[in-house]
Design a protein around this ligand. Structure first.
Ligand SMILES: *[C@@H]1O[C@H](CO)[C@@H](O)[C@H](O)[C@H]1NC(C)=O
Ligand SMILES: *[C@@H]1O[C@H](CO)[C@@H](O)[C@H](O)[C@H]1NC(C)=O
Ligand SMILES: *[C@@H]1O[C@H](CO)[C@@H](O)[C@H](O)[C@H]1NC(C)=O
Ligand SMILES: *[C@@H]1O[C@H](CO)[C@@H](O)[C@H](O)[C@H]1NC(C)=O
Ligand SMILES: *[C@@H]1O[C@H](CO)[C@@H](O)[C@H](O)[C@H]1NC(C)=O
Length: 257
């Protein structure tokens, strides 16, 4: 009688284990988010586990980057919230998630171009084992201003529409507000020096497959202050891509006189 009951209990336990394992594996998901950061900026790598009642033993972060292409572990978060990291990362990596919420998110400070790469967050759980997610981290260079002197500064004033985005723009369109189509070539606009009827407001619109941006340029060739430039006009989804428009003019020697 006693023995039978024991057997029953054992098989029930076995059934329970099977059920538990299946149900936990079916729904368990690790969610990570790819991210983009500017050179020198901080990146938050989000990673969390959903739909599981399983116990988390620890979370491991690995990476392979441009600076170190070999995949290696750089950060470990234990069940009690204690963290371990490679010594050179002492002040560069912070745990910002919450173990109880099965949130393994981290923040990486002062990202450099060498930190561009693939990061992997690994949840070690019981009884399922390891659940891992890859996160792509892209490090962009911030926009830089480059002054380009025209070939012949006496002939024309040359303006460049500079756009920092990835992928680079596939088209540039220059228009003059209330005016005829100006002389342009790709991202360059040419305005003859002598004519004052070319004064006015110019708009450069750059686009790629993800969206477009516009910048406005004010030209006034009459006074001693030759050009009033500026305005950064941002439209549409480009902002998400880290799209920035910079308009600038070339300073010719003739003007400085
Ligand atoms: C990055 O984080 C550090 C420390 O939290 C902060 O001092 C710094 O301003 C942050 N940098 C940027 C670009 O947000
Ligand atoms: C999870 O941990 C709790 C508390 O330590 C324990 O009671 C429970 O049995 C554990 N669950 C599993 C599936 O190991
Ligand atoms: C995980 O933690 C990060 C940082 O605190 C937070 O931004 C994010 O919303 C959290 N994720 C979830 C699913 O709670
Ligand atoms: C992440 O990187 C992998 C490997 O380079 C690539 O195959 C995948 O398309 C990338 N995912 C995104 C969303 O960029
Ligand atoms: C363009 O023309 C409209 C209507 O004549 C006028 O209101 C507007 O100020 C002009 N814009 C510029 C930049 O000249």
């Amino acid at each position: 009688m006693y023995g039978r009951r024991n057997t029953f209990n054992l098989s029930l336990y076995g059934l329970f284990l099977i059920y538990f394992k299946c149900s936990s594996l079916a729904g368990v998901k690790s969610i990570g988010h790819d991210t983009t950061v500017t050179n020198g900026g901080n990146a938050t790598l989000l990673c969390h586990l959903t739909e599981t009642e399983e116990n988390l033993t620890h979370i491991v972060w690995q990476k392979h980057t441009r600076g170190n292409p070999e995949r290696h572990t750089f950060f470990i978060i234990h069940r009690d919230g204690k963290t371990e990291h490679q010594s050179y990362l002492q002040d560069k990596v912070k745990f910002v998630g919450d173990i109880k919420e099965k949130n393994g998110s981290i923040r990486l400070l002062g990202m450099s171009l060498l930190d561009d790469g693939i990061y992997t967050c690994i949840f070690n759980t019981f009884p399922s084992g390891q659940i891992l997610t890859n996160i792509n981290v892209t490090v962009h260079d911030p926009p830089e201003l480059v002054v380009i002197i025209p070939d012949d500064p006496t002939e024309a004033e040359e303006y460049h529409c500079l756009v920092d985005c990835n992928p680079t723009p596939t088209s540039y369109i220059w228009i003059k507000v209330n005016g005829s189509t100006p002389h342009s070539e790709g991202n360059k606009l040419f305005i003859p020096k002598s004519s004052s009827d070319l004064n006015g407001v110019y708009i450069c619109t750059a686009s790629n497959e993800y969206g477009r941006v516009s910048g406005v340029l004010y030209v006034d060739n009459t006074g001693s202050t030759d050009i009033c430039w500026g305005l950064l006009g941002l439209i549409s989804s480009c902002a998400i891509l880290g799209f920035t428009v910079v308009l600038f003019y070339t300073v010719s020697r003739a003007q400085e006189k």
